[in-house]
Write a protein that binds this ligand. Structure first.
Ligand code: AMP
Length: 419
C-alpha cells in the first residue's frame, strides 16, 4: 500500500466542511476589514527566505524543504507566508497602489519539524499583511482582525501576549547587552547558540534547548532598550487595544521565530491544545520590504495556524459544521423508467436541491436501501403507472409515508416541505 509521508494529512469529506467553515469566516472578516486576497506560489527561491526570514532562524536553518530545480537553482517550499507576500508586493509594485495595501492569504506552509499533536510538516495558515503605514492604529487593527477571527470561529479562553522587540536603533544597545550576558555563560548554551552569539544574539532568546531557555528567561529584554519612538509606538498600540476592548498581557520575553520583526510582536495562546499552544502570532516588520529589494515601506501582519485552531475548537467542544446532507434520492421502479431518472434529477439539481441516484444497477429494494444509507429525507419513486398520471411518488424516509405529487409541482412541493 502507498502511504503518505509523515507529518501531512488528508482532509476527507466530513472534515473538509470545518475547513470551509473557517475559510468562510476568514473571507467575510477580510471583506469587512478591507483586506484583499493574494495567492502566491507554494515554492520560491530559497534566497527569499534566507534574506527575509533570516538564515539563523530555526525555520530557515533547520526546517525548510529546499531542493535544486533542474537547472540547479535552489527552491524552497514556503515555510511561512509573509516573505512571499512581501516579494509579490515588491515585484508587482504594489507600493504604487493607494496605501495602506491590506492583503490576506490562506494556504499550505511546509516545515520539516518533528510531527506531534498540532505540529505538522504541511500545515495551513491564514495570514494578513498591511503595508504602507507605520501608524500604531494599524497594528491594533491587525490584532483586532486576528482576535475577531478566533471569536467568530467560537474559540474561548485565549491569551494575547504582547511585546515590542524594537527597531535596529534600539537593538544596537540590546545586542551589546545580550552578548555580554550570554558570553559569560557560554558553557550553558547549546552549540548552535554559541555559534550565533556573535552574528545574531537576539535569536538566543528564542532557542528551544532547555539550557538556553533558562538563561534566556533572565536575559536582558528588548523592552528595556526601546528608543523613544518605539516606546511611544508600543504605548499607542496598548492604548488602541484597550480602546478596542482587547485584553492582553505584556510578555517581555516574547520574541518571534523570524528575524524580520521590528517593534510590535504578539502571539496568541490557547491552553487546551497542550505543548503547541501558540495558535497565531505576528508583528511589525518595517524593514522587510526594503530587505527584499523594495522601497522603504513599513508593514504589520499575523499568521494563524488553522490545524491548531480546529484542534482547539474540538478540545473546547465547539459545535462544528457537519457534512452537507443529500436531500433526495431518485429511484426507478422498473426498467422502463430508468431514462426518466436523469430527467428528474436534472430538474431537481437545477432547482438547487441536492439529489442523487443509483449507478450500480440495483433493483428497487436495493435503491431504497441505498437511499437510506445516504441519509436522505425523501425518495422520489418513478413508477410507470404514476408517471402515466403525470405524477411521481414521494416517500418520507422517517415515517415511510408516501404521497403522489404532480411532476410539474414536484420542485415547488419539495421546496415547501423544506421550509
Ligand atoms: P509562526 O509564523 O511560526 O509563528 O507560525 C504561526 C502559526 O502557525 C503558529 O502560531 C501555529 O499556530 C502555526 N504553526 C506553525 N508551525 C506549525 C506546524 N509545524 N504545524 C502546525 N501549525 C503550525
Amino acid at each position: 500500500m502507498m502511504k503518505k509521508p509523515r507529518g501531512v494529512a488528508d482532509i476527507l469529506p466530513g472534515e473538509v466542511e470545518r475547513w470551509q467553515y473557517l475559510e468562510g469566516i476568514i473571507r467575510e472578516l477580510a471583506r469587512t476589514y478591507g483586506y484583499q486576497e493574494i495567492r502566491t506560489p507554494v515554492f520560491e527561491f530559497t534566497e527569499l527566505f534566507q534574506r527575509g526570514v533570516g538564515e539563523e532562524t530555526d525555520i530557515v536553518a533547520k526546517e525548510m524543504y529546499s531542493f535544486p530545480d533542474r537547472r540547479g537553482r535552489s527552491l524552497s517550499l514556503r515555510p511561512e507566508g509573509t516573505a512571499p507576500v512581501v516579494r509579490a508586493f515588491v515585484e508587482n509594485n504594489l507600493h504604487t497602489w493607494p496605501q495602506p495595501v491590506k492583503l490576506y492569504y490562506v494556504g499550505p506552509m511546509f516545515r520539516y519539524d518533528r510531527p506531534q499533536a498540532g505540529r505538522w510538516r504541511q500545515f495551513h495558515q491564514f495570514g494578513a499583511e498591511a503595508f504602507g503605514s507605520a501608524d500604531p492604529a494599524l497594528d491594533t487593527e491587525v490584532i483586532a482582525l486576528l482576535m475577531d477571527f478566533y471569536a467568530g470561529a467560537g474559540l474561548k479562553g485565549l491569551t494575547l501576549e504582547l511585546n515590542s522587540v524594537g527597531c535596529p536603533e534600539c537593538r544596537r544597545e540590546l545586542v551589546v547587552a545580550l552578548r555580554t550576558y550570554f558570553s559569560s555563560r557560554q558553557e550553558d548554551l547549546c552549540r548552535n547558540c554559541r555559534e550565533r552569539l556573535e552574528r545574531n544574539p537576539l535569536r538566543l532568546l528564542d532557542c528551544k534547548e532547555e539550557g538556553c531557555r533558562s538563561l534566556a528567561a533572565k536575559a536582558p529584554v528588548p523592552l528595556a532598550f526601546l528608543c523613544a519612538r518605539c516606546a511611544a509606538h508600543f504605548a499607542a498600540v496598548k492604548e488602541g487595544l484597550a480602546a478596542y476592548g482587547i485584553n492582553y498581557t505584556v510578555n517581555p520575553h516574547l520574541v518571534r521565530g523570524l528575524d524580520y520583526y521590528t517593534g510590535t510582536a504578539f502571539e496568541v495562546l490557547v491552553p487546551e491544545i497542550g505543548a503547541q499552544s501558540a495558535i497565531g502570532g505576528g508583528g511589525r516588520y518595517d524593514n522587510l520590504v526594503e530587505a527584499c529589494g523594495g522601497p522603504p515601506v513599513p508593514g504589520v501582519g499575523f499568521a494563524v495556524g488553522l490545524e491548531r485552531t480546529l484542534l482547539a475548537l474540538q478540545q473546547q467542544g465547539a459545535g462544528l459544521p457537519q457534512a452537507p446532507q443529500l436531500e433526495v434520492f431518485v429511484v426507478a421502479a422498473g426498467e422502463g423508467v430508468t431514462g426518466k431518472v436523469f430527467e428528474v434529477l436534472r430538474l431537481l439539481r437545477k432547482a438547487g436541491i441536492a439529489a442523487d441516484r443509483d449507478y450500480l444497477g440495483r433493483g428497487l429494494k436495493g435503491q431504497l436501501k441505498q437511499a437510506h444509507r445516504r441519509g436522505v429525507q425523501r425518495v422520489i419513486i418513478l413508477g410507470e403507472e404514476e408517471l402515466q398520471r403525470g405524477n411521481v411518488a414521494v416517500r418520507a424516509m422517517d415515517t415511510g409515508e408516501q404521497v403522489e405529487v404532480a411532476e410539474t409541482e414536484l420542485i415547488a412541493w419539495l421546496k415547501m416541505q423544506r421550509a
